[in-house]
Design a protein. Sequence first.
Length: 332
Amino acid sequence: MPEAPLVRTRGLVRQFDVSSPFLTRLLQGQGRRSLKAVDGLDLEIRRGETFALVGESGCGKSTLARMMVGLLRPTAGAIEFEGVDLSRLRTRAEQTPFRRKIQMIFQDPYSSLNPRWRIRHIIAEPIRTHHLIAKGPALDRRVAELLIQVGLSPRDGDKFPHEFSGGQRQRISIARGLASNPEFLVCDEPTSALDVSVQAQILNLLKDLQRSHGLTYLFISHNLAVVYQMADRVGVMYLGKLVELAGVEELFTRPRHPYTRMLLDTLPDLSMSGRHRVRVAGEVPNPIAPPAGCPFHPRCPYAHDRCRIEQPELRNHGGSLVACHLPDAALQ
């Protein structure tokens, strides 16, 4: 029997109320309005793998990340970790054992660290919160060990965040994420705010830590080149929905959804193959009032009448899961 996934979502939905103030709605005769940032998402993340999520800004990637770590509660659906539905855990006593195993590395290394705390206090906070090590020399040794693991010096523990560069701050964020001995790390665009040369260092560090600690990553990014280097499997999101899911090699060589093909066509063709490219046309529709049928059909060069009426479901096509009525059109 195959091993059960470490993380699984089922019918995951997150809505935000974007209604005007009550008096404005009353005077203008408007009703409430909601935005579905994540709309019925089903995915599985296997233990030890790097599962990447890609898509344009506003497609729901970061909302999903915040639900995974408990910063947002789902409107509907379930998030299961080791078979336990985290959305049903209400008390702190129930949540604590799982929160220790799930940590997050945020996108902005400048705003995710407390500027008034020394680095040793920032890294030690998860250790104290989860009562892993009591105060004293043992805690100091653990903080020093974490700093060394991410390529910094134990002496850096006495400094403040403003004394470090962006890449060094992200290393501190990674050390803080490792402090509670997690099994699952949510990386929400961890290199997008860094220079290209520093990005490579952070990505190599994440790979090394995954091998040495047996970590599982949810890696969120809009940089497809980074995803190709990091991921084992890739999910493509559009307007809160998963439109394609495949292994990284399969997705990059044989993208079956037209949206995936458009994303990949933005990458430079270093081999100068001369292959025809489909230009990314149009804009993302208003998520408050998404189009009927397939949400991508207003921008799709292959759309037909069925696409405008019927919403496609995620189905298996040639080893990939694709939500498209013409799943092989993008291969042409």
